[in-house]
Write a protein of this length. Structure first.
Length: 215
């Protein structure tokens, strides 16, 4: 797809390496602040010289546009997913679980025919890749990376659609929480449903202490 000026700056890191016939991997997470459901991460490598004019941070896209970009990404990038449950988040804390889940996504990229990236761009974080294939690959932590790198933006979109799909499916087993509507975020409706009943196995107990103390 032809590049358009409206997101030209988003590809500055990618073009620098594409011009040297090297690849860039972007990593992002979704669900870090949710009261319920898993944290989902994605490691994404956009294929060389592939552009989508609507690619952006998933938080800035409408649902329709996000799905359009997601469909394009599934054919124009190599990606892998990392997922960890609320139980792991409660055990390790969200910061450590985020790093673990990002590492899992990156390790899942080790597939036949996939070029090892020359740089790894991560949204506001660095991860320990000691004793792995990626140990000596440079990592760059970018604050608000989804707005600065196409690869991180791609990872944010794929992770978001993946997690939303998971929550929509979980909604059928936990209908009283209306997960398909708020995707586990702490909306007023979600908080009220927790207080009127009790937390489920999907909920992060460490996130609910302040809420439950109000009872």
């Amino acid at each position: 797809m032809v590049k358009e000026k409206n997101n030209y700056q988003l590809y500055q890191y990618e073009e620098k390496f594409w011009n040297k016939n090297l690849s860039v991997c972007g990593i992002d997470e979704v669900g870090r602040g949710c009261l319920a459901g898993p944290i989902v991460t994605c490691a994404a490598i956009i294929h060389k010289n592939q552009y989508h004019p609507k690619l952006a941070d998933s938080k800035k896209l409408t649902k329709k546009t996000m799905l359009e970009v997601y469909e394009w990404l599934t054919s124009n990038c190599t990606y892998s997913i990392g997922i960890n449950s609320s139980r792991i988040i409660d055990q390790k804390n969200i910061y450590q679980t985020t790093k673990l889940t990002m590492k899992q996504a990156l390790m899942h990229l080790q597939k036949p025919g996939v070029q090892t990236p020359s740089i790894i761009l991560i949204d506001a974080m660095l991860i320990d890749m000691s004793n792995t294939l990626y140990e000596n690959i440079k990592q760059v932590s970018l604050i608000k990376g989804e707005s600065k790198s196409a690869s991180i933006a791609a990872a944010s979109v794929i992770a978001k659609v993946t997690r939303d799909t998971i929550l929509q499916r979980l909604d059928t087993s936990f209908p009283s929480y209306n997960l398909k509507q708020h995707k586990g975020y702490g909306t007023k409706q979600h908080q009220e449903s927790i207080l009127s009943g009790q937390p489920s196995i999907l909920h992060r107990n460490t996130y609910l202490k302040n809420l439950l103390s109000k009872e």
